[in-house]
Design a protein around this ligand. Structure first.
Ligand SMILES: Nc1ncnc2c1ncn2[C@@H]1O[C@H](COP(=O)(O)OP(=O)(O)O)[C@@H](O)[C@H]1O
Ligand SMILES: [Mg+2]
Length: 254
């Protein structure tokens, strides 16, 4: 039970171009335990997305290693569910056909896949919308559909890269509450990238702060606020204190 879902061990990554190199990550070590909700925050270009790409094996680290469920997998792709930044639904596919993509890729029988998707659709607030095209959905619903697609990869660990970044404030709050609910109900482990301090604190058991490029771990902040979280907690002094601490670490006033 005490085996981390993900363990980054002294990860460094430098991108080499033709005439210059970009050090993106430097000496990153941390663990994500089963059932944890960890948010990752840092300035733009601090290597957050790169960290996820390393985790799923789209990139290889220059130094260090990444363990998934305690092992160094020979092949990482498919071991964790991944929702990339700007993960868009395909406009020419209906909602159900969009969310079935990962199952199609895994080669699961179509009937079984559809059944599995239809069963979980209500939890994602998409019941009755399975035969609509993405253009018929609200922004919040589109994001939930994209999350469902990641969810159906069937992994216990989810990597979500700024999934709510483009939503209006109210929809964003609704989706935060909803995500926390399904995370608890289905006992998943989540790593969530955001550049929003309030969101980072609201969702997390632990916030990891990266420095500007190259990304290093500046600090880790434990969030001991009670669960279930409520949006009204944001007005509590304890919440404000945590936000202030984060802003200080990020070098933004306070
Ligand atoms: N495939 C790539 N090739 C070259 N440089 C890259 C590549 N991916 C990311 N970078 C660079 O690495 C740095 C970190 O990028 P990224 O991980 O996207 O940061 P973040 O998600 O924190 O904004 C940036 O300077 C970016 O330009
Ligand atoms: Mg990014």
């Amino acid at each position: 039970m005490n085996i981390p879902r993900i363990e980054f061990k002294q990860i460094s990554k430098t991108f080499s171009g033709t005439d210059h190199t970009v050090p993106a990550l430097d000496d990153i070590s941390f663990k994500v335990m089963p059932g944890e909700f960890v948010t990752l925050i840092g300035p733009s270009g601090s290597g957050k997305s790169t960290l996820f790409n390393l985790c799923v094996g789209l990139l290889e680290p220059g130094k260090g290693e990444i363990l998934i469920d305690g092992e160094k997998p020979k092949k990482r792709p498919g071991l964790v569910g991944y929702m990339p930044q700007r993960d868009l639904l395909l406009p020419w596919r209906k909602v159900l056909d969009n969310v079935l993509i990962p199952l199609e890729v895994q080669g699961l029988p179509q009937k079984e896949s559809r059944q599995r998707a239809l069963e979980i659709l209500p939890y994602f607030g998409l019941e009755g919308f399975e035969n609509e095209y993405p253009s018929a959905l609200s922004g919040g619903m589109r994001q939930r559909a994209a999350l469902l697609r990641t969810w159906l990869m069937g992994r216990s660990t989810l990597l979500l890269d700024e999934p709510f970044g483009a939503l209006d404030a109210l929809t964003r709050k609704e989706l935060q509450n909803w995500l926390l609910k399904v995370w608890q109900e289905f006992e998943r482990t989540v790593m969530f990238i955001t550049h929003d301090v309030e969101e980072a604190v609201y969702l997390a058991d632990r916030v990891i702060v990266l420095s500007a490029r190259p990304g290093r771990i500046k600090t880790e902040l434990k969030i001991n606020l009670p669960r279930p979280r409520r949006q009204s907690m944001i007005a509590d002094p304890a919440f404000g204190k945590l936000e202030k601490e984060l802003l200080q670490e990020l070098g933004v006033d306070a």
